[in-house]
Design a protein around this ligand. Structure first.
Ligand code: 5GP
Ligand code: ZN
Length: 112
């Protein structure tokens, strides 16, 4: 499959790994938007949040467990943001479900 993040999971494209288990892979974003910017992705290819179903949603709960663990390890005790962009209007550029874990600075609300 011609998917950038599937290739990163397979090790065909290098990445700076933060965490990995049977279900998920986490790595540093190549273009960080905050002092801490980690991408957490399911190993299974799910195109976006729009394709989360009763059959595949367990990995999403696991991703949030991993996000909490990685945020604590990164020392983000003042807070952090977890974001998934879904579809073109939201600015999703890679069509493999991914959650941005952002921290180390203050964030505005609503997002742009
Ligand atoms: P999106 O824009 O789809 O929400 O997020 C995709 C993210 O993937 C962007 O933040 C972008 O910087 C990151 N990204 C794109 N290509 C690569 C890559 O080859 N390696 C890494 N580590 N991050 C990437
Ligand atoms: Zn993929």
């Amino acid at each position: 499959m011609d998917c950038l993040f599937c290739k990163i999971i397979a090790g065909e494209i290098p990445s700076k790994k933060v965490y990995e288990d049977e279900q998920v892979y986490a790595f540093y974003d190549i273009d960080p938007q905050a002092p801490v910017h980690i991408l957490i992705i399911p190993k299974a290819h799910i195109p976006s949040a729009a394709q989360i179903t009763a059959e595949n949603s367990a990995v999403v709960a696991h991703i949030f467990e991993v996000a909490a663990k990685l945020a604590a390890e990164a020392g983000l005790k003042d807070g952090f943001r977890v974001v998934t962009n879904c579809g073109d209007s939201a600015g999703q550029s890679v069509k493999h479900l991914h959650f941005h874990l952002l921290g180390g600075r203050d964030f505005t609300w609503p997002p742009g």
